[in-house]
Design a protein around this ligand. Sequence first.
Ligand code: ZN
Ligand code: ZN
Length: 212
Amino acid sequence: MLRYATIPVTAFAQNCSLVWCDATLEAAVIDPGGDLDAVLSQVERLGLALRQIWLTHAHIDHAGGAGELAKRLNLPIVGPHRGDQFWIDGLPQQSRLFGFPPAQPFMPTRWLEDGDEVAVGQERLHVRHCPGHTPGHVVFHAPQIRRAFVGDVLFAGSIGRTDFPGGNHQQLIDSITQRLWPMGDDTVFIPGHGPESTFGEERRHNPFVGGT
Ligand SMILES: [Zn+2]
Ligand SMILES: [Zn+2]
């Protein structure tokens, strides 16, 4: 079975998630934006073997620790979609702008495309490309436990910002309604910030996409 634990990291309280296969205890970390010591102590506490870094998108609070973590533990970086290359190239400016510690530059080991799969231990997750907040944003869907890790696409009661370079409001709405809603009303999503919710709840009550 796939299991997960979420650890808020950085001054932006970004939801970094550990996901692991409970048969093998092999784990991936989604969006290690920073506070790597807190993430790694959780890995140790849970008795996991960390194998991969998965990125939803390359904003500093999600990707700021990825390069350093990859180097420290010799881990592959999987994702995001190559549309976020310019955000990866811009990580040094992002860290200065937002007062983050300097981010180690990196190149993803593997770019992700819509329809790809990622695997950890015996578990597989589906990748959907969900542009709008950033051009290369992806989400990780685990239908076997009815969960989706959606980064900054959708929040409980809100949606991702689209006023950054490469942002596109209509594209974001399309990503949510055409790629997230079909995952099912009872799917619980883990957003990049704030509490979990379900797609059904947002579909009914979210002021930005309710009634779609
Ligand atoms: Zn973001
Ligand atoms: Zn964020």
